[in-house]
Design a protein around this ligand. Structure first.
Ligand SMILES: [Zn+2]
Length: 272
């Protein structure tokens, strides 16, 4: 038994006193996994993004010593996801308030540094939450998994979209019992401008491109006659998922290690 031993990496699985003692004396980084309840094609569960965030956050916490906060099972969604069967979007205001309240509450237990680890495209709310919290003195980083995997080209054949090669591979690695590859089939989405103007998820940016959430670029999904996938999940394998998850866990754990070195337990970067 080491002095850093704790009964769980999960905040809600530990007694309050243990949470407080751990954040006070060992590691005061808290990770908030953020996903969504969203249709993910005929082969993946509606909880895919939440399950991905939960699985990756747990592995990051095991490697880095951070603590994981309970994952809200709903997320916020860009305009083109609304009205799709199988998807339950939170209003932007609801999600921003949710993230803010969770960070404020976890800070009371002694956490001084926060990582929002999102496996779903919701920068439209997480970035607003980050800056609202920053004004009040909280140190918060918002990471979206695909942006932390811009080194994916040796693993994946295509960019990281939705219920696709990447997400399905991660599912096959983290929760294969919920993935039915016999139903996997490629899907499409219609871009309203030439895709060359957009930085796709997981893509290395090039000059003259907008981030993929910086415009109303996409035809609303409810108007598409597709199967709910964007990309080709038939290319997914468990091995690809393991490489992606391991790489993501490595990147985020390194970031947390550097933060803890620069700002030891009990201290926080000055934001106000
Ligand atoms: Zn997804």
């Amino acid at each position: 038994m080491t002095e850093n031993k704790r009964s769980s990496v999960w905040f809600h699985e530990m007694p309050g006193q243990e949470v407080v003692e751990y954040a006070k004396s060992v590691n005061d980084v808290a990770i908030l996994p953020l996903g969504a309840t969203e249709q993910h094609g005929p082969h993946c569960p509606c909880g895919t993004d939440a399950f991905n965030a939960i699985g990756m956050s747990e592995l990051v916490a095991q490697k880095s010593g951070a603590t994981v906060l309970p994952c809200p099972m709903y997320g916020s969604h860009p305009y083109h996801h609304w009205g799709v069967k199988g998807t339950i979007p939170l209003r932007f205001e609801t999600h921003i308030a949710l993230v803010e309240d969770i960070v404020r509450g976890a800070a009371v237990a002694g956490f001084n540094k926060f990582i929002l680890l999102s496996a779903h495209g919701q920068v439209s709310s997480t970035i607003v939450a980050v800056h609202k919290l920053g004004i009040d003195g909280y140190f918060v980083l918002s990471l979206h998994w695909y942006d932390f995997l811009r080194d994916n080209q040796d693993v994946l054949e295509a960019e990281m979209w939705h219920a696709d090669e990447a997400e399905t591979s991660v599912g096959l690695y983290l929760y294969p019992e919920f993935v039915d590859m016999s139903k996997a089939a490629p899907g499409t989405s219609t871009s309203l401008i030439d895709p060359k103007w957009k930085i796709a998820p997981g893509m290395m940016p090039k000059p003259g491109q907008m981030y993929h959430f910086e415009g109303t670029f996409a035809l609303p999904e409810k108007l598409e006659h597709s199967n709910g996938c964007v990309g080709d999940p038939t290319k997914a394998t468990r091995e690809k998922g393991e490489i992606l998850v391991t790489r993501l866990v490595g990147h985020v754990s390194k970031l947390i290690g550097e933060i803890m070195e620069q700002y030891p337990v009990g201290t926080r970067p000055q934001t106000n």
